[in-house]
Every structure is written in C-alpha cells, then in structure tokens.
Write a protein that binds this ligand. Structure first.
Ligand SMILES: [Zn+2]
Length: 436
C-alpha cells in the first residue's frame, strides 16, 4: 500500500491500463447520483417507520431482513452474488477476490433515524452501481452487518463480532424481552441455526474494509466540513454501580436517620458528570440507566443500581477516569453511611484504524475536492473496530450530520451523502490498485 492511482509503471501495457482505469474512475465519479442515494435512503426508512417519523428496525427481525433483501436486490442488479452467512450478515461480492470490502448496518435503535448505518450501506451500493455504469473494474464486496445496535439482545456489533471470531461466549443465548434468544431469532429468519465456526470470515479474501458513516457528533458541522477521516474508535468501559442503603418509612424516619440509596446515587451521578468534564477531551462518561428499589412514593429507597459508560480514544485515559469515578463514588458512600460498589462489567479496547488506509481515504477526499479533511476519533462503537481487530486493514469516512443520532431527527444532506459515496469510490479504487 502507499501507492496512488497514477504510480503504476510509466510505460507499456500497465501504463495504458492505469490511464484507462483513471478515465473509468472519473466516469464513475460522475455517475454517482445524489438523487439515487436520497431515494434509496428514503426507501429504506419506510421499513419499520414509526408514527413519530423515526425507524424501528431491530437486529434479527423481519424488518431488518426486509431491508437486507432490498439491498441484496439492488446489488444483484449490478452483478453481485449475495448470501446470508451463518451469523445473519448479508455478504455480497462481484468478480474475483481478494476484494475491497465496504459496508455498514441496517438495524436501528427503537425509534432511531434514517441515516445511522443505512448511509454506509447505500454509499457502498452507489459505488457498486456507479462503477458498473462506468465500466470500472473494482474487486468490490459489500457487507451488511446484522444487529449492530444491540438493544434487543443486550450487546451490539453482533454480526461483525461473530464473523471476526470476537463474539463473547454466550452472546447468542441471550434472550430479548419476549424470551426469544438471538440463536432462536436467527434460526427463524435464516431457516438454519447460526454457526459460529462457518460464519468466520477468511481474512485473506479482503484487501481492506471501508465504512462510511454519519458522524453522529457535531465536529464536522461546526467546522463546516462535509467529510472527515476517522483515526480510531474509542474504547468503552461498562460498569454497574450498586448503592445499598436502608429502606424505611418516608414519614416516620427523620432526615438524619436515613440511609437513602437514591440520594447517594444522585450525588454519584453528578460526580460522574463533574469528573468527566474535568477530563476535558480525553474521556467522557454517562449514566444512562437507573433502578430504584423498592420504588414507592412512601418508602425511602433502600437500594439503587445505575449503569456507567466510560469512553476514551486512549485506553489509559479511559481506565484512569473509571478509577477516579470508582474512588469518588465509594467516598460518597462512606460519607453518607451507605454501601457503594462499582463493578467493572466489561470493556472494549480502543481500535486504531490502519494508517495506510487512512492516508488513502485522505487522498480520496482530495480527489473529490475536499483537501485536508479533519481527522477525528469515533466516540461511538462501529463494526469497523471488529474488522480492524481481526487484522483487515480498516478505514472509516465520517459524513457531516445534524440533529443528533439514535433519534428520528438525525439528518445527512443528500449532497454530503453523495460526497461520502465518492470518497468511498476513490478509496476503493486506490486500494484495489495498491494490491496489483
Ligand atoms: Zn451505526
């Protein structure tokens, strides 16, 4: 890698091949259609549309499957063969490998938006379509990863983790709220049980993995830049904080006698916010879920449990913030006379993306008229981190988004979406030539 499109041998057949490829690439770039991309995103958003104008298309449901089948049909029309692998991922390819793999996901959170995941899949389809129209020979494969979001079975990146051998033991046996396990849901949809061994990808079949994704933060919008390079994907610590006080009568217990678990937990939550702010840009932390017991208006809360989510681009910064929060929470418990325990439930390590692939994406951005795109870490998890850990050279392109994310208001302008597809197209072409 590190070679660019014009750097093949300067004479003979390889030179004319390079010139032809450059001309075909220019034609393919012109064939990228803003309207087609917008229409496909709108079409996908109708699968699982909610009354609030959002999309509910959870992993391993008939809605996700319908979206997979729609995309499989679009790709089949451009000469792709597609199949569901033994983890429920839609895997599509054209021509002979090793391929440049492009992809993202089509599942959403409950009442999510139309762009998270779908943008990257539609961009990959657009690369397939425009390259075929221009006669550009690209060794392209497309992956639509199953169950990226994970609210249904309590764990995200399900399909890509299975395909890269990184799935946690027991994950397929976890059940949703209705008691249906991921394994049962997959068997019902695929007509066969998921097979962890046969779902494993052959790493050597892929030159690289590229994922276009809406940014989900506001760095690009605030700096008025349409696309950015992702340098790495942050690591995440999952924690659970248990506060044990004393349940007692809300009327008969005087204020100084109380061991109020919720009041102590509230102070801990504010400490999480303060300590994360003090970490500046290095790390962030969130409490997103809280349970009070026994949970009655006339009973002082006896116990309270809340979630803790700590993220940072550098693993050392993340562990440091987690430890500082742990110490502060226990100190609050001692002062208030309640028991506070901070459990470390699990972690995902930060995933640096591939330097050569990042440079090629940078060159691709320059080629489509966006020189020096901002380089930013991703604070959200993505399937790309599993591919990177699996050893496939991996890069990501962020596209400017507004309206936040995981809600019906997330928004990517069609022109920006098309620019993301063009960057993907050029990056695929550069990576395809780099291996020749
Ligand atoms: Zn996503």
């Amino acid at each position: 890698m590190g070679q660019d499109i014009g750097s093949t041998a300067p004479n003979g057949a390889s030179y004319s091949r390079a010139v032809r490829a450059a001309n075909d690439l220019r034609s393919a770039l012109e064939a990228v259609s803003v309207e087609r991309i917008a229409a496909r995103l709108a079409r996908l958003s109708r699968i699982g549309q909610t009354p609030e104008g959002g999309v509910t298309r959870l992993g391993l449901t008939s809605e996700e499957r319908e979206a997979h089948d729609l995309v499989g049909g679009w790709l089949a029309a451009t000469g792709f063969a597609s199949r569901h692998d033994d983890a429920g991922n839609l895997m599509c390819s054209r021509g002979d490998g090793p391929w440049v793999l492009a992809g993202s996901h089509l599942d959403t959170v409950p009442n999510g938006g139309a762009f998270d995941g779908a943008l990257g899949v539609v961009a990959a389809v657009e690369v397939a379509e425009s390259s075929r129209e221009a006669g550009l020979d690209l060794p392209l494969a497309v992956a639509v990863w199953m169950g990226e979001e994970g609210p249904r079975f309590g764990g995200g990146l399900f399909g890509s983790a299975t395909a890269t051998g990184l799935i946690e033991p027991g994950a397929w046996d976890r059940a949703d709220a209705a008691g249906v396990s991921a394994r049962q849901a997959a068997a019902a949809l695929l007509g066969r049980a998921p097979e962890l061994e046969t779902a494993l990808l052959d790493r050597s079949a892929f030159r690289a993995y590229l994922e276009v994704h809406m940014e989900q933060s506001s760095v690009l919008a605030e700096s008025d830049r349409p696309v950015g390079l992702v340098t790495r994907i942050v690591g995440i610590s999952h924690g659970e904080v248990r506060v044990e006080g004393t349940a007692d009568h809300a009327g008969a217990t005087r204020m100084h006698e109380r061991g109020d678990a919720l009041a102590a937990a509230s102070e801990c939550v504010l400490a999480v916010e303060r300590l994360a702010r003090e970490a500046g840009d290095r790390a962030i932390a969130t409490v997103g879920e809280l349970h009070i017991s026994p949970g009655a208006p006339n009973v002082i809360p006896g116990s309270c449990t809340f979630s803790l989510d700590v993220r940072a681009p550098e693993d050392a910064d993340r562990r440091e913030l987690f430890a500082v929060i742990d110490a502060a929470a226990r100190a609050i418990g001692r002062r208030r006379g309640v028991q506070v325990e901070v459990l470390h439930v699990g972690e995902a390590l930060a995933a640096p993306l591939d330097g050569d692939v990042i440079r090629m994406i940078g060159a691709a951005c320059a080629e489509v008229g966006v020189p020096d795109p901002p380089a930013i870490p991703s604070r959200a998890a993505h399937d790309a981190q599993n591919l990177a850990r699996f050893g496939v050279p991996t890069g990501m392109v962020f596209v400017r988004s507004t309206g936040g994310s995981h809600n019906p208001f997330e928004q990517v302008e069609p022109a920006d979406a098309a620019l993301g597809a063009q960057v993907l197209l050029v990056a695929c072409s550069l990576l395809a030539h780099a291996g020749r």
